[in-house]
Design a protein. Structure first.
Length: 135
C-alpha cells in the first residue's frame, strides 16, 4: 500500500491538479506520482487507468534522466520534456519522493507550463511534507 495514497488525503490534491488543467490552455492531464511510479493523485481529465499508465511512464523517464545526470556529471534531473508528434510530456520533481507529470498539446507555451509546474510543486510539497510527518 502506498502511504502517500492511504485514506482520502490524496483527494485533497485533486483540486489543485484540476485547477492547473482549468487555467492552463493546452494542458490536457496531470498526475502526481511517487518516485517509484505509483499514482498519488490525478486530474479528472485522466481516467484511473491512464493516470496509472502516465505515472509508470513518467517514473521511467525521470529515472532515465536521473541516471544520465549521474553517469555524465550533469547533476540531478530537475525536469524531463518528451516531445511527441502531437503532445508534450513534462515531468518535474516534486520533492524527494514524488514527481508531477503534465500532458499538453504541442501549441502550449512550455515556459508557462514550467512556471505553473514550479508553483504546483510548492503547493504539493507542503501537503506531501505534512502527510509524511503524520505517518
Amino acid at each position: 500500500m502506498n502511504p502517500l495514497r492511504a485514506g482520502s488525503g490524496a483527494r485533497d490534491l485533486d483540486w489543485l491538479l484540476n485547477d492547473l488543467i482549468g487555467r492552463m490552455p493546452g494542458a490536457t492531464g496531470v498526475a502526481l506520482l511517487s518516485a517509484d511510479g505509483l499514482l498519488i493523485s490525478r486530474s479528472s481529465s485522466l481516467s484511473r487507468d491512464n493516470g496509472d499508465h502516465l505515472a509508470a511512464v513518467a517514473s521511467a523517464f525521470q529515472s532515465l534522466a536521473k541516471g544520465a545526470g549521474q553517469q555524465f556529471g550533469g547533476g540531478a534531473a530537475r525536469q524531463t520534456i518528451v516531445e511527441l508528434e502531437t503532445a508534450f510530456l513534462v515531468i518535474t520533481s516534486a520533492g524527494r519522493s514524488a514527481c508531477l507529470a503534465l500532458l499538453t498539446t504541442v501549441d502550449i507555451d512550455l515556459e508557462l507550463a514550467a512556471y505553473e509546474l514550479k508553483l504546483l510543486v510548492k503547493q504539493v510539497g507542503i501537503y506531501l511534507s505534512a502527510r509524511m510527518r503524520s505517518l
